[in-house]
Structure formats: C-alpha cells, structure tokens
Design a protein around this ligand. Structure first.
Ligand SMILES: Cc1cc2nc3c(=O)[nH]c(=O)nc-3n(C[C@H](O)[C@H](O)[C@H](O)COP(=O)(O)OP(=O)(O)OC[C@H]3O[C@@H](n4cnc5c(N)ncnc54)[C@H](O)[C@@H]3O)c2cc1C
Length: 407
C-alpha cells in the first residue's frame, strides 16, 4: 500500500525520494513546497528565489552535499563573515586582530573563550546530561565572560527559556559549528537558492510516479487497535498502512509536550537601497527587537539579486504580534542607519514550530512509534541534534525511508 508522508518540507521530500514504493506527500501549504526551507519568488530584472528564512550550509553537511551532487546541483563554498553588535556599534569578529580589538572583553577573557572552544571540541557532551549550559559556561569561563558574551546570545536564541538550555546541547553545538578560517566561517550555498534542491527532489519523486498534493492539511491519523488505517484530510480519508509524519505540531499531539517543546521564528527579509555593513552574520548583543541581522548580499553576489537583501530575526516560544514586531524591526533598523526611505520592500515569515527547544529534558524521537505503521521523522529526529538543519532533515528522511524499505 502507498506510504503517506505528512509534510512537503525537506524531510518529507527526502523520504519520498528515498522510498522504493509508491508515495503520496500531503503538504498543507497551497503555494510552495520546502517548509522552513521554502522561498519567495521575487519577479523583476533578476527574477530570483530567496529563502523565507536565511539559509546556508556547513562544510560538514555531507548528506546534503552528496545529495546535491547526485541531483546535479552545484554547491558553492563561501566564507561567511561574522560580527557582534554592542552599544549599537558593529564589531567584525573574524581575524585575530579584529577579535583583539573588540573592546568589551579583556585579553584574559578572550583567551579563556578560545580555551573554552577547544575544551568543548574535546569534551564528551553526554557526560553533561542534566547540566545547564549556564552552569557549564560559568564553571569553565567565569561569570564575566558569561554575562558579557554568552548571556545575550542565549537570551537572544532562547528567550525566557535560556537558563534551562542543556550543556549537552551547547557542547555539541560548539563541536559541530566551530569551523572558522582567519577570514570567517566556511559555509556554502546553492547559487540560485535552495529552491533548486526542493524542485529537484519534487521532480524526481513525481517522475517515479509519486504524488505531491499541495494545500492538503492532514487533520487526523486514524488508528485502530494500535495499527494505522488511514489519514483524514478536510475532504476525504486516504487508506494507508504506513504514515511518515514530519510535522512537529502533530508530533507534540502524539507524544505530549513534557519532553518535546518547540520554538518559533519571526523573520523579515528587507530589500534595502544600501548595505548596512560588510558582515554577513551579525549577532545582536543589545536589547533590540531582532536578535540577529543577516546580510545575505554580503554572502552571495549582489548582482544575482540587484538589491541589498537583509534578514532580521527573532525567536519565540510564545505567539507574537506580527504588526507590532515588524514595526519594531523597522524602528531598530534605524540604529544601523536604515531609514524608512531606504526600505524598498519587506516580506515576513512567521512559524511557531521551527526548532526544538533544547532544554535539559529534551530527547530526540525514534522513527518508529508504538503504533504499527506510524513513523515520525523531522527536526525532532536524531540527525537534527544538536542543531536542526537541511542536512539533518535529508538524513532523517533517508533513514526513515530505509526502515520502510527494509520492511
Ligand atoms: C530561521 C531559520 C533559519 C534556518 N537556517 C538554516 C541554515 O542556515 N542551514 C540549515 O541547514 N538549516 C537551516 N534551518 C533549518 C532548516 O530549514 C530545517 O531544519 C528544515 O528545513 C526542516 O525540514 P523539515 O521537513 O524537517 O520540517 P518543515 O520544514 O517544518 O516541514 C514540515 C512540513 O510539514 C507541513 N505540515 C505541517 N503540518 C501539516 C499537516 N497537518 N498536514 C500537511 N502538512 C503539514 C508544513 O507545512 C511543512 O511544509 C533554518 C530554519 C529556520 C527557521
């Protein structure tokens, strides 16, 4: 019988691509596939696609890079420069000289920070299960570095939950992502956007006879006597004995929210008449409405887009007021020299289930559930720990498909 996949994001598309038998993918969005990795289509002279939420890839994203190779998609390696904004001033933090010149940490604190990164790289994260990131940082770095450097970042990323974030997550994250050169971080991007990957996967699935239905929201997974029987949508029941659920909100319905909580992201893409700085990724140390400012056109060539593209983002575990937040974003952009008349257009994406909240109690989910025929794969699966990513979702989709292929 046909496998039904709930969700046409990267996990759903990867699962659909890797499953040997028939598949139907049901995606609730009626316009685009790709989920969190979907794109805006900006028509005009440059006629381009740009992700709704900023995206790049990392050198160690082997699943993603090898899938792109198979699909004939070129991945460009790029350096992503980073910086920190404090006191409304931008400090690039790439070269040793730039780091030495940063005025808000003493030389000794910077040295401890470098030692801390090396320590995390050697550390076994599992030894710190149950410990908070805050405790681990203070123990190894001292209070002043925590307060001046880590606290604004943790608060920015996790808001009110920052004190319960796990040390295991922090160490794993630093181990995974400390891949810097003397000019910046080694990253990658698909020229033309990740839309190319989404389209290529969808084409392959459909060519093999798979069905992808947009604008169909799954309302219920019908289970009888512990066995999956069908999927209920707005208009019909689809009979099936195998379901892969990639939707985080459905996952909490099944497993509850005790261990598994998610956070959301509110991200606005601005087209600006001028650039703000030379930095690609700017962490915001000040108490502003956005927690990071990402100048995409400091990463990929401006000529591809014909306009300066800048994302601002905030993360939240509670619903937020869209209009108010957007107005605050525009207001806070003024602190970076962006006046109202510099903004050509803006687009906002707001999703409530964009990443697991990596609290001390967080554990990723197994693919197989207690219900026969019901599988879960997505940002809550093992390959997406300690950080959810396109790479992790490709791997989760592939691994759950292998389970189904092997009966
Ligand atoms: C702000 C932000 C920045 C990011 N930056 C990066 C980055 O730089 N690099 C990187 O590798 N990754 C990045 N990611 C992460 C990456 O986008 C995700 O990990 C990945 O796209 C998740 O794919 P998924 O299919 O697992 O989940 P989703 O993309 O969430 O897909 C789930 C799909 O299921 C659909 N769905 C949900 N419920 C139903 C239902 N009931 N019926 C039908 N359909 C349903 C949804 O509409 C969605 O399309 C970023 C994410 C965010 C939010």
């Amino acid at each position: 019988m046909t496998t039904v996949i709930i969700g046409g994001g990267i996990t759903g598309l990867s699962a659909g691509y890797h499953i040997d038998d028939e598949v139907i993918i049901l995606e609730r969005d009626n316009t685009s596939l790709g989920g969190l990795c979907s794109s805006y289509h900006i028509e005009g002279d440059c006629n381009y696609y740009i992700e709704k939420f900023y995206h790049h890839l990392f050198e160690q994203d082997h699943e993603l890079i090898s899938l792109c190779r198979k699909l004939g998609i070129n991945v460009e390696r790029r350096i992503g420069t980073v910086g920190y904004s404090f006191g409304n001033k931008i400090y690039p933090l790439n070269t040793p000289l730039e780091i030495l010149k940063y005025p808000y940490l003493t030389f000794f604190e910077k040295l401890r920070l470098a030692q801390f990164t090396l320590k995390c790289k050697r550390e076994n994260p599992k030894k710190h299960v149950g410990e908070t990131a805050t405790n681990y940082i203070i123990k190894n770095n001292g209070v002043s570095t925590y307060e001046k450097f880590f606290l604004p970042l943790l608060k920015g990323k996790f808001g009110v939950d920052h004190q319960d974030i796990s040390a295991t997550w922090l160490i794993s994250r630093i181990k995974l992502r400390s891949n810097r050169t003397l000019k910046g971080e080694r990253l990658g991007y698909i020229r033309g956007g990740f839309q190319k990957l989404v389209d290529a996967l969808a084409n392959k699935i459909e060519k093999r006879g798979g069905e992808i239905l947009k604008g169909i929201e799954v309302k219920e997974i019908v289970v009888e006597n512990g066995i999956v029987k069908s999927i209920k949508t707005e208009n019909e029941f689809i009979k099936t004995d195998k379901v892969i659920c990639t939707s985080p909100s459905r996952t909490t319905k099944y497993f509850g929210t005790k261990k598994l909580l998610f956070q959301g992201a509110f991200c606005t893409l601005f087209s600006l008449k001028k650039k703000i700085s030379d930095v690609y990724w700017l962490n915001i140390g000040d108490n502003l409405s956005f927690k990071a400012l990402i100048e995409h056109t400091n990463f990929m060539p401006l000529a591809d887009y014909g306009e300066n593209l800048v994302y601002t983002v905030t993360y939240t575990s509670k619903p937020i007021d869209i209009e108010k937040t957007l107005n605050l974003f525009r207001y806070d952009l003024k602190k970076f020299g962006v006046e109202e008349e510099d903004i050509l257009w803006q687009r906002t994406s707001y999703e409530m289930f964009t990443a697991p909240l990596y609290r001390r109690t967080y554990t990723y989910l197994p693919y197989k559930s207690d219900t026969k025929g019901l599988y879960f794969a997505g940002i809550f699966s093992k390959p997406n720990y300690p950080e959810r990513s396109i790479n992790g979702s490709i791997k989760a989709g592939k691994e759950v498909a292998e389970l189904i292929n092997n009966g």
